[in-house]
Design a protein around this ligand. Structure first.
Ligand code: NAD
Ligand code: TYD
Length: 372
């Protein structure tokens, strides 16, 4: 099978590339990524040494780039990770979110449709090359925000509230439209918040780890009671692989693991876990930018409550019953294990953090959080 994986130099896309190369022997991966601030070729440099994986730098909104890939490779699957993905940035500059997330998605769909079409059926619908599928990697944020109870199911009405989630919803709807209007073989997965290796340190968990290592304060938006449903990134990759290979055509699958946590609890757990790891394995202290053996400063006193995000969604929580019942997927990594694995990965991969934050990151950080 030949896969076009867009956004494969970003957090989840890169983890997916690694997952596929390990899981399936007989595959060819074409990674298309425009290497925005969130994309980093270094993340997949070892994977690109494998002859099964090639990289194309380009924008998913560019018809010529995408067509050239279909001209060169017999693409069976398109898995679209490429997106502007950060809610805070979408509040500052929504336009690029609409361009990449909506128009980019439509360009991928249109190009795939054109190249996969083999003819027409008796009702005038296109017929397609056997076995092809377009999978849109979406988010639970398209469902909006929950109160204290309840879960998002696949039939929960779409109710996005941020420019990011609105653009992802627009993308989902155009994917659905290609599925209905042209009978194109599609799936949509809607996943909760991911965490794990290669997560860009503008998102909560890697930002907190990075700030602790630098002895900086830990910014918690609002009162810290907002809830996210966290899933280890490899479990998400496994879900996408499962849906791609066995999901019913045209269906949406929610992906999540019943792992709701308040932001403040995530921050406190990260502090206590890092403290414990430094005690157990003093070699990890090498990752600290603040020198000295006395770690008494590493405490909940680092937490500061900052101005809340505009339109901050209160709670996300996924009901994963459909994907579990139909396709047998379930999350394998318990949060208690996943968070330790993640923190260890950051402690052992400070070169990666420095590489991805060497560009505009500092400017972004100062504009967002001031000079704290
Ligand atoms: P990310 O920001 O880490 O990576 C996005 C990647 O897309 C980067 O490599 C970037 O260079 C690339 N990209 C951006 N614009 C592009 C364009 N116009 N053309 C080509 N490449 C472009 O994002 P992520 O966290 O890995 O998320 C991947 C996908 O999963 C996104 O679609 C996101 O909406 C979805 N998702 C993310 C989460 C999460 O918790 N991170 C949860 C659910 C769904
Ligand atoms: P984030 O990682 O940006 O993911 P999303 O907004 O897609 O859920 O944020 C996760 C939660 O953490 C969200 O409720 C906002 C909050 N948050 C903070 O409290 N402080 C921070 O510095 C960041 C980046 C996020």
């Amino acid at each position: 099978m030949t896969y076009l994986v867009t956004g494969g130099a970003g957090f989840i896309g890169a983890n997916f590339v690694k997952y596929l190369l390990k899981k399936h022997a007989d595959i060819q991966l074409i990674v298309l990524d425009d290497l925005t601030y969130a994309g980093n070729l270094g993340t997949i440099k070892d994977d690109l040494k494998d002859s099964r994986c090639v990289f194309v730098k380009g924008n998913i909104t560019d018809p010529t780039v995408v067509q050239a890939i279909f001209d060169q490779y017999p693409i069976d699957f398109v898995v679209n990770f490429a997106a502007e993905s950060h809610v805070d940035r979408s509040i500052e500059n929504p336009q690029v979110f609409l361009e990449t997330n909506i128009l980019g998605t439509q360009n991928l769909l249109e190009t795939a449709k054109r190249n996969w079409t083999t003819g027409k059926d008796e009702n005038g619908y296109p017929t397609y090359k056997k076995g092809v599928k377009y999978l849109q990697v979406s988010t639970d944020e398209v469902y909006g925000s929950l109160g204290e109870t309840g879960y998002f199911t696949e039939t929960t009405p779409l109710d996005p509230r941020s420019p990011y989630s609105a653009s992802k919803t627009g993308a989902d709807l155009i994917v659905k439209a290609y599925g209905e209007t042209y009978k194109m073989p599609i799936n949509i997965t809607r996943c909760s918040n991911n965490y794990g290796p290669y997560h860009f340190p503008e998102k909560l968990i890697p930002l907190i780890i990075k700030n602790i290592l630098e002895g900086k304060s830990l910014p918690v938006y609002g009162d810290g009671t907002n809830v996210r449903d966290w899933l280890y990134v490899e479990d998400h990759c496994k879900a996408i692989d499962t849906v791609l290979l066995t999901g019913r055509i045209g269906e949406v699958y929610n992906v999540g693991g019943h792992n709701e946590k308040k932001n403040i609890d995530i921050v406190k757990l990260t502090i206590s876990t890092m403290k414990r790891l430094f005690d157990e394995q003093p070699a990890y202290k090498k990752a600290l930018k603040k020198s000295g053996d006395d770690l008494s400063w590493l405490s909940e006193n680092l937490i500061i409550y900052v101005k809340d995000r505009l339109g901050h969604d209160q709670r996300y929580a996924i009901d994963p019953e459909k994907i579990t019942d139909e396709l047998g997927w379930y999350p394998e990594t318990k949060f208690e294990d996943g968070i330790v694995k993640t923190i260890r990965w950051y402690l052992e991969n400070q070169d990666w953090v420095e590489e991805v934050t060497s560009g505009d990151y500092q400017k972004y950080y100062e504009a967002m959080y001031g000079n704290r």
